[in-house]
Design a protein around this ligand. Sequence first.
Ligand SMILES: CCCCCCCCCCCCCCCC(=O)SCCNC(=O)CCNC(=O)[C@H](O)C(C)(C)COP(=O)(O)OP(=O)(O)OC[C@H]1O[C@@H](n2cnc3c(N)ncnc32)[C@H](O)[C@@H]1OP(=O)(O)O
Length: 236
Amino acid sequence: MRDDELFSFEDARQRLGESFDPLPVPAIPPADPDLDRVVVELRRLRDASAALAMSEVELGDIADRLGEVASLLESRVAGPADRLETMWKGAGTRRSNPVSGPENPIAPPVDFVGCDDGSVMATVTLGPAYQGPPGCVHGGISALIIDHMMGLANHWGGRYGMTAHYELDYRSPTPLLQPLTFRCWVHEVDGRKTWTHGTIHAGDRLCVEARGLFLEASVPVPGQPGTRSTVADGSQ
Ligand SMILES: CCCCCCCCCCCCCCCC(=O)SCCNC(=O)CCNC(=O)[C@H](O)C(C)(C)COP(=O)(O)OP(=O)(O)OC[C@H]1O[C@@H](n2cnc3c(N)ncnc32)[C@H](O)[C@@H]1OP(=O)(O)O
């Protein structure tokens, strides 16, 4: 097989076979609409405060007021271990993951679409908060998004698993402030193993190629002794 064929999603559906029966990820309503609003505001702050050095903007009063809000929030919430237990009584990480989660301020967020061709696709424009090389997306951010998206591609292809092995080739710089097309698809399956591939393009230009090996596995759910969950789905 040629290298470029490895990174073609065209026949992903064929490879999944007649059993391809995509499983959409059901939308889950917010447990608390105000939590989603808090996260929206935090993302506005993130985007407005990234890459501000040398801007000559007067920030002293902003820092003071943000400090007051942070202290108010801290005084109202439980510790992180307690919160981890509570969130698993809800939607698992489907609403709180760091890539698409509406409850997670570090998520860009990325919105995914399951495609009839067997792949999962997303278009996203990343801002300065995600900068690595000058004007470019940090390679670890690309890796984070594709890894998560591979999990969704597995689900779309009727598979699940934890990442056991993951590798990337950065073929050309991945620009900030331009729409990027992410695509992931199941490449091959064998028993507990799923090999999943992914790409990032800026327009027609290939920026990143990725390969992941996922193994069917589950982990204990925080605060629910004896209960295990497959990665991220919040169901047992
Ligand atoms: C209705 C609901 C909708 C919900 C819809 C949700 C959608 C949901 C989207 C979520 C998207 C999240 C996606 C995030 C994905 C992560 O971030 S996962 C987090 C990162 N990964 C981890 O923490 C995994 C840590 N590693 C482990 O726990 C264990 O190593 C594993 C992966 C469970 C495997 O352990 P194990 O089961 O003991 O495996 P083991 O028996 O040693 O090996 C099994 C086979 O795999 C091979 N293997 C194992 N490791 C490797 C390796 N690293 N390289 C190559 N081969 C390997 C072995 O050689 C062996 O091969 P065979 O001899 O059978 O041919």
